[in-house]
Design a protein around this ligand. Structure first.
Ligand code: SAM
Length: 284
């Protein structure tokens, strides 16, 4: 299906990013679109009402949040099909990024409705580009699970990813989250960025170990983005590569136990992980 960008279109869904802390961070185009649409779909009508008020925009609002997004989507689709233009906003930043948006966008595309995204604030992107960590590849994860066992399992799953890992985190969970990241990923370079675009914007850089020490001494408050450098080449080794390395070391005369120890060191993998992969190999 082709989706054309024609400024004459009606019945368009505009995804509109809004400030993440500084009211000046809204584009002229977002303001123009907010003025011209028929309806603003927002997470919290009170909060968006304040934003619209600040810019002296009076507009009909309709709530669209995580608890009603499925039911509200049908309603929004019928408005769009009848030719009304809708601006989709969230409480802050880019709708659809750790915020509602995905369900209505998917439905709109399914019904052949034009969807367009206006550029604007997103905490993950600002944090990434100021962190000093590699920006060529990154994985936006959003919020890690609250339960420790699930969180550790998710971090394990991310261990081999070679892109910078970007997490959103609440201040009261930042210490257990840093501790689990350190335990699974080791002392990788990382950055903790809080209160972006606000008066108390602050960035800490260092290894996960250093960030954990600092956060323990002085727990960070406010809104936080946490970034961790991706895996090094050795850490992204496939199971096949690990088995091959152990085999090669054994061919050089090392016994299996020593070959496992050396492979674990070289690949930064826990010895048990290497052992699990070569359990079938003979001891010599
Ligand atoms: N849609 C938003 C975006 O585009 O960034 C994210 C919304 S999500 C519900 C809220 C989380 O985003 C916060 O808990 C925090 O992790 C991150 N965040 C939002 N604003 C931030 C800011 N000004 N500074 C640091 N992190 C922020």
């Amino acid at each position: 299906m082709e989706h054309k960008n024609n400024s004459e279109d009606t019945g368009v869904l505009y995804i509109c990013p809004t400030p993440i802390g500084n009211l000046e961070d809204i584009t002229l185009r977002v303001l123009r679109v907010l003025k011209k649409v028929d309806l603003v779909a927002c997470e919290d009508t009170r909060r968006t009402g304040q934003l619209l008020n600040y810019y002296q925009i009076q507009k009909r609002m309709i709530s669209y949040h995580e608890h009603n997004e499925v039911t509200r989507t049908d309603e929004l689709i019928s408005f769009l099909e009848s030719g009304l233009d809708i601006a989709l906003v969230s409480d802050a930043g880019t709708p659809g990024i750790a915020d509602p948006g995905f369900v209505v966008v998917r439905a709109a595309l399914k019904y052949g409705i034009r969807v367009t995204a206006l550029p604007g604030p997103c905490a993950a992107i600002s944090a990434l580009v100021m962190s000093g960590l590699p920006t060529d590849r990154f994985l936006f994860y959003g919020f890690l699970p609250r339960k420790a066992t699930k969180r550790v399992a998710e971090i394990e799953r991310l261990r081999g990813n070679d892109g910078t890992l970007v997490f959103y985190e609440a201040p009261h969970r930042i210490i257990p989250c840093l501790a689990d990241l350190l335990r699974v990923l080791g002392p990788r370079p990382a950055a903790l960025i809080r209160e972006l675009t606000k008066m108390h914007e602050q960035m800490w850089t260092g290894t996960l170990e250093e960030l954990l020490d600092r956060a323990t001494d002085c727990p960070p408050k406010g809104e936080i983005v946490l970034l961790v450098q991706g895996a090094k080449e050795e850490e992204t080794m496939s199971n096949h590569d690990v088995v091959k390395l152990v085999r090669e070391l054994m061919e050089l005369g090392l016994d299996k136990k020593t070959a496992i120890t050396v492979t674990a060191k070289q690949t930064n993998l826990p010895k048990k992980d290497v052992y699990d992969q070569v359990v079938e190999l003979p001891p010599y």
